[in-house]
Design a binder for this molecule. Structure first.
Ligand code: PLP
Length: 500
């Protein structure tokens, strides 16, 4: 297997080169030139393996220029007891015969991004080594809240790597902000941007396209890479848990071997659901993907109509990690469903850039709709779901998972499709304590979040995630703020590059 660009504008590369680069320098994203297809025999021979073994097995298909031993060692370091105390890594809680919640938040920062970002630093270090690059890597991250902290934890104090995180100053929750701003490590920097997530993501993408700046960085011994899900190294570890999730359901006798399941994914940048799609392409039996969005429902509208239109109001919701209008990874998906048609991708993304909208052809739309359903949930529906789940099952879901739950409910009501479903639970409820408590109590909560976390714990008796227990006692370490257009300048300042 080799890697190609969605826009047909780059040479064939190995996995290590792709992970090192982050995104295609000329624009576009790296994708595998073909997706391995597993036989049923091979797939179901793995059902008794542990998470680490399954991860090594899946990863070795995609990391073409890594040795089996390198992969195994990296996996072992990433998915250890310290980082993921639950032995299953991504355990499943079943509400009833059809509804199975996959807890993806057992990592150190309480969001699903840990699963990829605990592994990725090892992959990146190996990638740099393989390509004999003596430059220091600078990881640029744009975050809607959760990627930032997960990336900081993954990369802090990793030798030969610096990490700079840009977040929308007013677009993340207080917990998310404090989690990031208290990060230790002598190679970390966190900067609040006066804009929304899309502004941050665009500014960072611009930097990747800025040849002059990249030359200047190169002269000073630096090379840029990305820890956002535009980087293949972020996506590939996420394919793994779709397989382990399916195997869990088999073990628990919730499904039979080969039986199709539905998968509901609270979606923002389309990374998590895309990883599920790759698992499907490899042979995982899936009936439908339910793409669950909050009130920023660009994707849900797109999946219904074929029109991707970002010319609309950007809404701030209680699921901030999904407050996104431009879902980067959709480009990878469209490349795949059009049979690798770069011409179409170039045309659509040119339209998106110039006119803030593109429309796909009816054949492609029909193909997508065979497998994908787009749904959106209002803030009220999300709050109701949090409350309902708590009252019915004594279980807390966070607002992002609440979006997934609400969308699944709506989908079942209209489709009468009762296929057993995995809902990705993408964050621990305590990460969004205020919204969760407000949903359960049906009123606004005034207190400081440190109080709110304790209150929620007292009310429910549900254990507080270890990563959130004492952030409010830690010192704020990062204080930088900037305008959107100052992002390149900030990078130069942080790296202490002259001529500013
Ligand atoms: C990032 C994030 C999402 C969205 O995932 P994508 O891969 O960007 O679609 C959903 N929920 C939470 C809690 C997240 O942190």
């Amino acid at each position: 297997m080799k890697y190609i660009s969605t826009r047909g504008n780059y040479k064939l590369l190995n996995a290590s080169e792709v992970i090192k680069l982050g995104m295609v320098p000329e624009g576009g994203l790296f994708v595998p030139d073909s997706i391995p297809e597993l036989s049923e025999n091979e797939m179901f021979s793995k059902i008794n393996d542990d998470y680490q073994k399954i991860a090594s097995w899946i990863l070795s298909y995609f990391l073409n220029d890594f040795t089996k031993d390198e992969i195994k060692k990296a996996v072992k370091k990433a998915y250890n007891k310290n980082n993921f105390p639950d032995e299953l890594i991504t355990p499943i809680v079943s509400f009833d015969k059809e509804t199975h919640l996959m807890e993806l938040w057992h990592g150190p920062t309480a969001a699903f991004k840990d699963i990829a970002l605990q592994l990725m630093p090892y992959l990146l270090k190996l990638s740099v080594k393989k390509n004999q690059d003596n430059k220091e890597i600078v990881i640029l991250v744009a975050t809607s809240g959760d990627t930032g902290k997960a990336a900081l934890e993954g990369f802090k104090d990793v030798e030969g790597i610096k990490i700079i995180v840009f977040y929308p100053e007013k677009g993340v929750s207080q917990v998310q902000k404090d989690q990031m701003l208290t990060t230790a490590g002598n190679n970390t920097e966190v900067i609040g941007v006066k804009g929304n997530f899309d502004d941050c993501q665009n500014a960072v993408k611009e930097v990747f396209r800025d040849k002059k700046l990249k030359n200047l960085l190169s002269k000073n011994g630096y090379k840029l890479s990305s820890a956002n899900s535009i980087n293949w190294g972020r996506l590939v570890p996420q394919i793994v848990y779709y397989f382990t999730g399916y195997f869990h359901l088999l073990h628990a006798n919730k499904i039979n071997e080969g039986e199709k399941i539905n998968i509901t994914v609270p979606t923002g940048n389309f990374g998590n659901i895309l990883a599920g799609y790759y698992a499907y392409k490899m042979g995982l039996p899936v009936n439908k993907f339910i793409c669950a969005t909050n009130e920023n429902k660009v994707l849900a509208d797109f999946l219904k109509t074929g029109k991707y239109n970002i010319n609309r109001e950007f809404k701030k919701t209680i699921s901030p990690s999904m407050d996104i209008l431009i879902s980067s990874n959709l480009e990878r998906f469209l490349f795949e469903v059009t049979g690798h048609n770069s011409k179409k991708i170039n045309k659509w993304y040119k339209n998106l850039k110039e006119k803030e909208v593109f429309r796909i052809d009816s054949n492609t739309l029909a193909e997508i709709q065979n497998l994908f359903v787009g749904k959106s949930a209002s803030e009220k529906e999300v709050r109701n779901s949090i409350k309902d789940v708590y009252n019915s099952y004594g279980y807390l879901i966070d607002p992002h998972t609440g979006v997934g739950y609400s969308c699944l409910k709506a989908y079942k009501k209209e489709s009468f499709d009762y296929t057993p479903t995995i809902i990705d639970s993408t964050a621990n409820p305590y990460k969004f304590s205020k919204s969760v408590l407000e949903a359960i109590e049906g009123r606004e909560v005034e207190e400081d979040y440190s109080q709110v976390i304790k209150k929620l714990n007292k009310l429910t008796g549900i254990e507080i995630h270890r990563g959130l227990e004492d952030i409010y006692n830690k010192k704020l370490k990062h204080k930088r703020k900037c305008e959107v257009k100052e992002v390149p300048l900030q990078i130069k300042e942080v790296l202490e590059i002259g001529g500013i």
